[in-house]
Design a protein around this ligand. Sequence first.
Ligand SMILES: C[S@@+](CC[C@H](N)C(=O)[O-])C[C@H]1O[C@@H](n2cnc3c(N)ncnc32)[C@H](O)[C@@H]1O
Length: 281
Amino acid sequence: MGSHAENGNGVKVVKVSETEEEVFEPSDLTEIENGKPGYDNRTLPPDWKFGVKLQNVMEESIYKYMLETFTRHREHEASKELWERTWKLTQRGEMMKLPDQVQFLRLMVKMSGAKKALEIGVFTGYSLLNIALALPSDGKVVAVDPGEDPKFGWPCFVKAGVADKVEIKQTTGLEYLDSVVEKGEKDCFDFAFVDADKVNYVNYHPRLMKLVRVGGVIIYDDTLWFGLVGGKDPHNLLKNDYMRTSLEGIKAINAMVANDPNLEVATVFMGYGVTVCYRTA
Ligand SMILES: C[S@@+](CC[C@H](N)C(=O)[O-])C[C@H]1O[C@@H](n2cnc3c(N)ncnc32)[C@H](O)[C@@H]1O
């Protein structure tokens, strides 16, 4: 755990796997802003960036009220910075969670008294940063993603003072979970947030039921999948194979947790749907 270190130049690096000694080079946001390959400056929509995610599911004025009243003034500056930079520079900002969702995650982490957390699906680390912020000073979060995007967010983790709490595994969710199960571990996490490949949520669940302790919390994101679970598709999103197979994956995990006698479950109408599972047995 805690596989980050100061190198000779005083910059943070992070080890990405237990087996390889590979380290992320320091992800210098200035360098990226100046045109690092793979990161293009995007033109920010002039008006309402959070609305991009919500156009199918929530009326904008209500969401604005909610953010202004409950959320934005409570968000850490490093978290706001990470969101803005990801939105501006990566072209894939839509993958990030929304500010009210990460506020909800912080609340869940605190209410569950979690010390050891897991995230599957990191991207640049917006939800991860907020999980880390909510953990106690001796808490840890293992973050799993096969991509290289987590390094983009790392400077904001350092700014927020939570780098020590985070361990990034550059691998798939299934590979990571299987590696932990194979070691014979169980009940080793208090909290898990899953925001990755929707088709595998049903494969993650039985593994997580071994690894998240009784009394722990598992949260699945996107469980209303762009509102498509309701059967309407006004923007023809289901023409896209990924959207279609993901919808099937989402329906499968929803049926699985909704009928799991060892869970208490509730779905919150937030983002594209957030399902909270509390392990009772
Ligand atoms: C929606 S994004 C995560 C967004 C992130 N939680 C945030 O708040 O910014 C989904 C992420 O899942 C990752 N992913 C895709 N397939 C995966 C897999 N098999 N295991 C783990 N992560 C995966 C992608 O690389 C991507 O970074």
